[in-house]
Write a protein that binds this ligand. Sequence first.
Ligand code: SF4
Ligand SMILES: [Zn+2]
Length: 117
Amino acid sequence: MLSCSRCQAPLEPTALRCPRCGLTLKAHGHPGIPLHRTEGDEPLCATCLYDADDTCNFPQRPHAETCTLYRPVNAAQDIDLPTLSPGQQVSFWLRNHRGLVGIVGLLLLSLALVLVR
Ligand code: SF4
Ligand SMILES: [Zn+2]
């Protein structure tokens, strides 16, 4: 049984916070592995390298709000990770800006209709 490192209260394996003392737990109670959390409304996957290079098969993708594997897409250059091909970068950007792509598409369609008349 997992227990809190501060107050020794028993913990559920999926607990994010100790129910007794409120200690924020890492990696669902497994010490030493940081559990990344989203800040704001955007899921972690929207800025994760493993979503961008399409190598993640976690079931919570693409809506993960907490994840132990999260790797910021910008970190690929800082550490020795394979960088994204231009095609992967374009597809990642398009997936994460669907609203903008839709609006630009509608504007272009409207423009085309005006020009055809
Ligand atoms: S590793 Fe985690 S944050 Fe990254 S894409 Fe997979 S589920 Fe999302
Ligand atoms: Zn505790």
